[in-house]
Design a protein around this ligand. Structure first.
Ligand code: PGA
Length: 256
């Protein structure tokens, strides 16, 4: 059984003080919901405060991106060694970084390698645009993204990696894929992983769905066999809805 993982991707929301207040407000409410792994991914500047507020809990912290170099003349960037001790997870290849920051498949692969080399656990995000979806090219496109992201990644690193399938047309639009559509693509991602690493490794990997996930549609996604959790933007920013997402995931997986 794969442990479901619900990660809140806060994007560019919440000041450091707001972030700490948020995790202080939810940590006791999440204490009884241990059957799913819970992760919050605040902006970089909030990481130290959030990490300190969650120390001693089993709620994990993630960063939203990482550079592949250890250090250097890369104005604005944050490296993996800088995140060590602050986060367990790091989101890599989110479509907003691919679109606005020019992150390519090759960079995603370098970021994954850098994260793993420093003991961080990548959440690798993949997903197609509306045009690719409407052209019926989703499986092929996502397959290429997965192969590129995992180039040179050894099988023994897989247990430290999570994948998030996020169709770009469903992010922040209120327009989510159906549970069945998402399950089909995530099943095809698993098939690609099986080709690369063998069936047992593919079955063990956790693959989230993301894109306009909210309490009202969470059960639809979580009741699908291939979907192991969610990467959630908007609905992760309110205390009640984040706690509710975790509760629904546990219930839908029959773990509650
Ligand atoms: P959303 O964002 O839940 O607001 O659609 C998801 C994401 O971008 O990770």
């Amino acid at each position: 059984m794969r442990t479901p993982i619900i990660a809140g991707n806060w994007k560019m929301y919440k000041t450091p003080a707001e972030a700490v207040a948020f995790v202080n407000a939810i940590k006791d409410r999440l204490a009884d919901l241990k059957a799913a792994e819970r992760v919050v991914c605040p902006p970089y500047v909030a990481l130290p405060g959030v990490q300190a507020a969650l120390a001693g809990t089993d709620i994990y912290v993630g960063a939203q991106d990482v550079h592949w170099e250890k250090e250097g003349a890369y104005t604005s960037q944050i490296s993996a060694p800088m995140l060590v001790g602050l986060v367990k997870y790091v989101i890599i290849g989110h479509s907003e970084t691919r679109e606005y920051l020019g992150v390519t498949d090759e960079m995603v692969n370098k970021k994954v390698k850098a994260a793993l080399a420093h003991g961080l656990h990548p959440i690798i995000a993949v997903g197609e645009s509306l045009a690719i979806n409407e052209a019926g090219q989703t499986k092929e496109f996502v397959d290429r993204q997965i192969r590129a992201a995992f180039a040179g990644i050894p099988a023994d690193a897989l247990s430290n990696i999570v994948i998030a399938y996020e169709p770009i047309w469903a992010i922040g639009t209120g327009k989510s894929a159906t549970g069945e559509q998402a399950n089909a693509i995530i099943g095809s991602i698993r098939a690609t992983l099986a080709e690369l690493y063998g069936q047992a490794h593919a079955e063990a990997m956790r693959i989230q769905y993301g894109g306009s996930v909210k309490p009202a549609n969470m059960a639809e996604f979580m009741s699908q066999p291939h979907i192991d959790g969610a990467l959630v933007g908007g609905a992760s920013l309110q205390e009640d809805s984040f706690v509710e997402l975790v509760r629904i995931a546990i219930e839908a997986k029959g773990l509650g």
